[in-house]
Design a protein around this ligand. Sequence first.
Ligand code: S3P
Length: 448
Amino acid sequence: MSSHGEPIPMIARKCAGLKGEAHVPGDKSISHRSLILGALSIGETRITGLLEGQDVLDTGRAMQAFGAEVEDLGGGNWRVQGVGVGGFAEPDNVIDCGNSGTGVRLIMGAMATCPITATFSGDASLNGRPMARVTDPLALFGAQAVGREGGRLPMTIVGARNPVPARYTVPVPSAQVKSAVLFAGLNAPGETVVIEKEATRDHTERMLAGFGASVSTEVTDEGRIITLQGQPELTPQSIVVPRDPSSAAFPVCAAIITEGSDVLVPNIGLNPTRAGLFTTLIEMGADLTYENMREEGGEPVADLRAKFSPDLKGISVPPARAASMIDEYPVLSVVAAFASGTTEMRGVKELRVKESDRIDAMAQGLRAAGLTVEEGEDWWTVEGRGFGSVAGGATVESRLDHRIAMSFLILGMASEKPMTVDDGGPIATSFPIFESLMAGLGATVERL
Ligand code: S3P
């Protein structure tokens, strides 16, 4: 989907307390990787619990364009008939990745060491995002990229005919860049090495090992050194996608700031590279507990119970935690508004190059809702007003960014006056059941 059509203005009003169970959709990161790794295996991969959000559907369509069979079997079950490492066919048409930075960057990596050419495009948000962070390391393998000014989409990648392996230190904390390099390394002979100074989500490493690749991670003073042996034969898998902690964040945060709430969010993946928000909320004094802790498919999983928490305190979020909660800062800033004291978020420059500039988008909207927000290039602070004192009553722009739209709707569930977002359409990229799920808990979220 290159654009989501007419804007869908949405409003959220103060609600009397959220109650019940919130079954959030499958993990977005793992869903993209399941489709891509399925396409890079020879034979049939089965996926259960795939996130059927627009971002992931766009990746599925892209895998078809590269020659894999991708079939929706219904009920969240999917079948991928892969073409094997190095087996991608040249697409007939432009690959439209819609709104998804993860989709386009991972797919560019996967095709960069195949002797084919592909052109990528997306919506206005994606076409404004930096791609040199991926095309620079892909050039080390022998791939060439031609895009718009500043390394923006639309962009054509000419895959390497005779790829060589690469050794690359990722300059920014980015699992997308790390994963693009590892996917490119799959079709290069010999060892590809990626070094990351800060740990980012490790789904690619875990899943590559699960599909039978030889991949190892050494934790050193220099950072994490990930080594992949090229040209493996990947074996198809049966994958059960855990539920997305980044989507769980919305009902969890809504319950914490809404008087009278008690919400259970079952089966949430708590991979330590993803769970930073929950640690932060507990440090702020949130009544959030992990029930039924267990391990599923090699990942820690728990049911989250979140209750209204009237005595939240602002804290300074450790910058070292940023990568493990990078997508959750927008909704954290909403919780911070209901705390007493200031919440400081530092070391978060990456927020400026997400689906929108998330510091700017949240700062403007929070100010319109009566909050005091300060910001610098890689930091921002929110002065909490405490429970019952957040005005709301503003109309804000979602800027083609699903997490900005959902964050302001969550704010409107607890602020004194309702919050309106100009366009809730982007929510469908990652959380297509957001409205019905929140309504099921007792929230009032409406389309205007
Ligand atoms: C993702 C990595 C993160 C995150 C995105 C999903 C992934 O992006 O923000 O939503 O699945 O690898 P960066 O790699 O740019 O930090």
